[in-house]
Ligand binder design. Structure first.
Ligand SMILES: [Fe+2]
Length: 290
């Protein structure tokens, strides 16, 4: 039996002739054959009913100030809330602070030492996001965002400790939760629905920094409502590689974005650690020559 070193060998060899890192020399790993894609239409029905009844959040909106966009693409971000908050005058900052879930946690005297938003010390409240959008024109790409297994920090997403599906997810999305639990993970630590409204694009960015971690994140993305217009950005050829399919894994060290579409498009990303058997299967099926 192949040991772990054999299975991971070549996973980061890169996609030949491109600037993409990929997985085992491929742009992405299609997972349709390993998950029950026949279940997806029923999940789409359940999810649409749930979205109509539950509060949805925004995410994104600060990719440029987070420094996770590829050079030359920064304009795609539109108005970035990190830059807006930094430039607020005292009156504007007072309004921003007043809309926090806990305004008392923000010390106005330290406003330029503190950080705000995604992966920052003070996450934005829903009211702050809406104010930033209405008052300052901030572009939040993902306006249909549901944390089914909430996480405080991105770096904890594979860790199952202390995590669970929200009560709302368990109540309104039972078939979807069961589907996620059926995926071939040893454990999961994060499960989020990421959706774009009509005509919105997902700003190109990368989630993982190869300087900060050895192996790419293990996750499954699935698209109950049909494929979304995901693409990988090849920094050498300066072109987009579309990723279709209803279920896939890709290397999120690679920059990626979503093309705008006429209607809502969404996917669910599940992070964790693949079971040993599943990883070995992928290594067997994709680890050879592309
Ligand atoms: Fe991403």
């Amino acid at each position: 039996m192949a040991d772990e070193a054999d299975e991971t060998r070549g996973i980061l060899r890169g996609v030949e002739g491109t600037g993409l890192r990929g997985l085992w020399g491929r742009t992405h790993i299609p997972l349709d054959r390993y998950v029950d894609t026949a279940a997806l239409p029923a999940l789409h029905d359940e999810i649409c009913l749930a979205l109509a009844q539950m509060p949805v959040d925004y995410t994104g909106g600060s990719h440029r100030s987070m420094g996770i966009m590829p050079p030359g693409a920064e304009g795609q971000a539109g108005t970035d809330y990190g830059e807006v908050i930094h430039g607020l005058d005292d009156e504007g900052f007072a309004a921003f602070r007043s809309l926090a879930d806990d305004p008392g946690a923000i010390d106005p005297a330290r406003r330029h030492q503190e950080t705000y938003g995604e992966e920052r010390e003070h996450p934005l409240s829903r009211r702050q996001m809406h104010w930033l959008k209405y008052r300052h024109g901030v572009y939040f790409p993902w306006k249909v965002y549901v944390e089914m297994i909430p996480n405080r920090w991105w770096g904890d997403k594979a860790d199952p400790a202390g995590k669970r599906f929200t009560r709302l997810a368990e109540t309104l999305l039972p078939r979807t939760v069961a589907f996620v639990r059926s995926l071939p993970f040893a454990h999961i630590g994060r499960c989020n629905l990421m959706g774009l409204e009509s005509n919105d694009h997902g700003t190109v960015h990368r989630d993982g920094d190869p300087a900060e971690q050895d192996a790419p994140d293990q996750f499954v993305t699935f698209c109950p409502g049909g494929p979304k217009a995901l693409y990988l950005w090849d920094p050498e050829r300066r072109e987009r590689t579309p990723i279709a399919g209803r279920a896939y894994w890709f290397n999120d060290f690679d920059h990626h974005g979503v093309e705008a579409a006429p209607g809502v498009q969404y996917s669910i990303r599940v992070d964790g650690a693949f079971s040993d058997g599943f990883f070995a299967t992928l290594a067997r099926d994709f680890g050879g020559a592309p």
